[in-house]
Design a protein around this ligand. Structure first.
Ligand code: ZN
Ligand code: MN
Length: 454
């Protein structure tokens, strides 16, 4: 390709606090009737005064730390003005020039090695209401209005939709680990907006010798709004790359604009162009005093071990990389797995210990045992499966003799090359042995006996 994609991301995440960003309304009430959970503050009635949610502030700092950001000790809220029916005040309380967290990064494994993607800023704002279109009418539901919303903005560090997808999956996993949001895309509690432009590839050789921050960005940018699945983000980016490439090939510059994504047609469409671009007339929110965080407060907000750290630990105890990845995707599974390993290690001897982590990993991944079991039950069952059974060899000899006599046809099949037939015999023998045999020993004995009979 002659062009190199330059992609940045904006991600909105709704926090799962008990109450709103600036009021006491219950939030994330998916079952509620429209406008059931509203008050003068989130409806923006005259004279209502917002009070910031302490938990939301704590949680955004947690997110900032998990994304390796610098936490600004001084921060403030600002009014971002625009006129839209889902925004009752005519402005959104957001953060402009003093966001809570800045300059972070996420390190991720991609197909072409480890990559670092920088986070530009992470700020706190309030969500808007929801518009519902019914026939000719547009209805407004303000239940969502005032939900604490974290906006994460990356640098334009991506050059492929594949990397974007891996990044978003990792970010989603981290947010879920922090237990600050459901990040449920079907419910809209995580929404993604990629911005895409293309740079002429002939510059690439020069570009590679430059640091990322020194690269000059293309002179236009196309933003695709409000996508709610990783797959759709990837499709929207891929579509844009082709569309913009065709324009550039014709000697045109793609219009700087905001586009939507049509999931059914798998294409983007123009929403508004730069000519109508908003001037938000930001100014400091006069009803909320500036925020000031002490070092000890910032230090007191603890980030749990994150998925990459868990994965690394699992690999260190002998888990295959692929399996370590799977086991580290959900914090419940990761912690459960760790606890099982601890518990089972206490009852195993040295030789058994060596392979036990991968053995337990297999049980979980193949769903032979599940995390719905109590940990003690899991350990007992895993232990039973792990330790080979004592085989009653006298009994085994007579049982095998009998089974081979009564199943001569199967024995013939086996001898004629259908080696799988032996498993049928193993099943019969195991049944007769009523648990007093180790399956491995049974297979060996059966094969031995068949090979000496004619
Ligand atoms: Zn309210
Ligand atoms: Mn925003």
């Amino acid at each position: 390709m002659k062009y190199l994609p330059v992609i940045g991301l904006e991600i909105h995440v709704e926090l799962k606090t008990q109450s709103g960003m600036f009021c006491h309304c219950k939030i994330n009430q998916w079952q509620a009737k429209p406008n059931e959970h509203v008050c003068p503050i989130c409806l923006g009635l005259p004279g209502a005064l917002p009070v910031p949610n302490k938990k939301a502030i704590e949680w955004i700092i947690k997110i900032g730390k998990a994304l390796n950001c610098h936490i600004n000790k001084n921060s403030k809220f600002d009014r971002k003005h625009y006129s839209y029916p889902d925004l009752p005040k005519g402005y959104q309380i957001s953060q402009y020039d003093e966001p809570i967290a800045v300059n972070g990064f996420i390190l991720i494994k991609t197909k072409s090695g480890d990559k670092k993607f920088r986070i530009h800023r992470v700020h706190l704002e309030e969500d808007t209401g929801k518009l519902i279109h019914v026939g000719e009418d547009t209805l407004v539901d303000f239940n969502r209005s005032g939900t604490p919303l974290v906006e994460i903005v990356t640098e334009a560090d991506f050059d492929s939709s594949e990397d974007v997808k891996v990044f978003l999956e990792e970010l989603h996993t981290i947010i879920r680990y922090l237990d600050v949001s459901d990040a449920d895309m079907d419910k809209g509690s995580m929404r993604m907006e990629p911005n895409i432009s293309l740079r002429v590839q002939s510059l690439k050789s020069k570009v590679e010798s430059l640091k990322k921050e020194e690269i000059e960005l293309p002179n236009y940018k196309v933003e695709v709004k409000n996508i709610n699945s990783f797959r759709f983000v990837k499709q929207a980016i891929d579509y844009e790359i082709v569309r913009q490439q065709e324009l550039l090939d014709r000697g045109e510059t793609p219009k700087q604009e905001t586009r939507g994504f049509d999931e059914k047609k798998v294409e983007t469409y123009s929403q508004r162009s730069k000519e109508e671009a908003h001037d938000y007339r930001y100014f400091p929110e006069p009803d909320i005093p500036p925020l000031e965080f002490s070092d000890s407060y910032i230090a007191s907000i603890v980030v749990p071990e994150l998925p990459t750290q868990k994965m690394k630990k699992f690999i260190e105890i002998g888990i295959k990389e692929q399996d370590a990845f799977i086991l580290s995707r959900e914090i419940e599974i990761a912690v459960y797995f760790e606890d099982i390993i601890k518990k089972i290690s206490a009852i195993l001897n040295k030789d058994q210990l060596l392979n036990s982590p991968q053995f337990v990993a297999n049980l979980l991944i193949n769903k032979k045992l599940s995390i719905s079991l109590s940990k003690d039950e899991f350990v007992k069952k895993a232990h039973d499966l792990m330790i080979p059974k004592e085989t009653d060899s006298l009994l085994l000899e007579s049982v095998i003799g009998r089974i081979l006599n009564t199943n001569k046809g199967v024995v013939e099949q086996y001898k004629s090359g259908k080696t799988n037939a032996v498993m049928f015999l193993v099943g019969l023998v195991m049944k007769e042995m009523k648990g007093k045999a180790d399956a491995k020993v049974v297979i060996e004995e059966l094969k031995k006996r068949i090979s000496v009979t004619n």
